[in-house]
Design a protein around this ligand. Sequence first.
Ligand code: AMP
Length: 119
Amino acid sequence: MSSDASDTGCIFCAIARGDIPSDGVYADDHVIAFRDISPQAPSHVLVAPRRHVASIDELRDDRELLGRVLAAAVAVAQSENLAESGYRLATNHGRDGAQSVAHWHVHVLGGRALSGRLG
Ligand code: AMP
């Protein structure tokens, strides 16, 4: 599912193309970041590759894109002024990981004390 053809019907690909609106906070040639439509914290931003990648599980060998997305997530956390208070980066894969959108993204969460529980 990592081919460009698999972006048909993918909502985050539509956001990356600008076909549907989003509340963008960062974009470059490889990465987009936009506010989650259903925020779970005062700051809740999704950071995703522009190209369609269904899940982080497909990216084990693409260290460049892994690094770009993670570096952008940290930059977003800093621009949201979360570095001092703290933040969480999270990514979900598959059914048991509760992934609901099949286009890889990292959640940047902060602005309140988050639960220590992860599941
Ligand atoms: P996950 O369950 O890890 O796949 O996360 C998917 C996230 O995408 C959820 O937190 C949704 O609220 C969010 N989401 C779904 N559609 C949109 C959208 N159109 N714009 C922004 N966030 C969205």
